[in-house]
Ligand binder design. Structure first.
Ligand SMILES: Cc1ncc(COP(=O)(O)O)c(C=O)c1O
Length: 351
């Protein structure tokens, strides 16, 4: 039986994407060869990566001022690539600290220059999104994390800043409509809303590159990836192909606007039950609640065994909270159907 997969990442993908990916592993485009045993420079694969890059741009409604790259190293490597490419020698960057991933990004940037943490919710266990801050022209760039996967907080209104705007959208990319042209650089690991682990999406406004005065190691240099059309070295071909299929699935199902509607309906259903049922409580500030990762706890620890047994026997998987927060976390990524949320809510009601 197919499980209800609430995993935080790697996470659920559309069934048709898994089916088509499996077929391509055995025989790609009827070539008599597997997708993963042909050259990445072959016509068939170049079409895949180019279509994936074009589909990202269409979905995000971005102009040719932007380029789309599929890199490796996860979002974690972007923590270092961003300052390498945008933090000027002697310059400084502004970061918000909204969780483990944001502080990982801060740690890497500090190795290359001055970082000001202009807002933080660390003292309150990252249970809210800080809002009262400004970012002036003295900063080379501002970095934020749109969705804090572990705690289940999400930025609803992005600040207007007077510097470049960089965002880690790893756990809510393609999940809601945004004016993506407000951002100068966006990055995201594939393994939540886009595809299998392996590829990392980078969307970059080309004019911001080449201004730091740094000698950047080749793989870490966005400009080289732009020049080589995201083919500087052998790319993660399988992850890119499955990402293309997921992006096409998204486009064929109404694009980001329709996904946002579905995501809102799923999140509302679950948060309503958390708020209604005295056995549960949410982890973070109500106004900052994420549509993607719903973190919650039991109010009576004595119910843990009963609840755990109930959701496991209902065919639910991946509901345990992150090891740093404990409790539970239901990740409601684009490919999760509302029926899975209904099953979870029924289990919660039945306790
Ligand atoms: C918001 C966010 N940023 C960064 C990361 C790290 O991503 P990766 O494992 O691709 O390096 C994660 C992983 O879950 C994440 O949720």
């Amino acid at each position: 039986m197919k499980k209800h997969n609430f995993s935080a990442g790697p996470s659920i993908l559309p069934q048709e994407v898994l089916q088509k990916s499996a077929e391509a592993i055995l025989d790609f485009n009827g070539m008599g060869l597997s997708l993963i045993e042909i050259s990445h420079r072959s016509k068939d694969f170049v079409e895949v990566i180019n279509e994936a890059r074009a589909t990202v741009k269409r979905l995000m409604n971005l102009s040719d001022e932007y380029d789309v790259l599929f890199l490796q190293g996860g979002a974690s490597l972007q923590f270092a690539m961003v300052p390498f490419n945008l933090l000027k020698l002697g310059g400084k960057a502004a970061y918000t600290d909204t969780g483990v991933w944001a502080s990982g990004a801060i740690k890497e940037a500090k190795k290359l220059g001055t970082v000001d943490i202009i807002a933080s919710s660390k003292e309150d266990n990252y249970t809210y999104i800080p809002k009262d801050y400004t970012v002036g022209t003295e900063y080379d760039y501002f970095h934020c994390t749109s969705n804090n996967t572990i705690y289940g907080t999400q930025i609803k209104d992005f600040p207007a800043v007077d510097s470049l705007m960089v965002c880690d959208m790893s756990s809510d990319i393609f999940s809601r409509e945004l004016d993506f042209s407000k951002f100068d650089l966006i990055y995201a690991g594939a393994q939540k809303n886009m595809g299998p682990a392996g590829a990392t999406l980078v969307v970059v406004k080309k004019e911001i590159l080449g201004k730091t005065g740094r000698d950047i190691p080749s793989y870490l240099n966005y400009q080289l990836h732009v020049d080589k059309e995201s083919m500087l070295n052998t790319p993660p071909v399988f992850s890119i192909y499955a990402s293309l299929l997921t992006l096409q699935w998204l486009e064929n199902n109404g694009g980001i606007a329709a996904a946002e509607k579905r995501n809102k309906a799923k999140a509302e259903l679950l948060y309503n039950e958390i708020d209604r049922n005295p056995l549960f409580k949410g982890f973070c500030n109500v106004e900052d609640r994420s549509l993607m990762n719903v973190s919650f706890q039991l109010t009576e620890e004595s119910m843990k065994e009963k609840f755990d047994n109930a959701w496991k026997s209902a065919g639910i998987s991946g509901l345990n909270g992150h090891r740093t927060t404990g409790g539970y976390r239901a990740s409601l990524y684009n490919a999760l159907p509302i029926e899975s949320v209904q099953v979870l809510v029924e289990v919660m009601k039945s306790l």
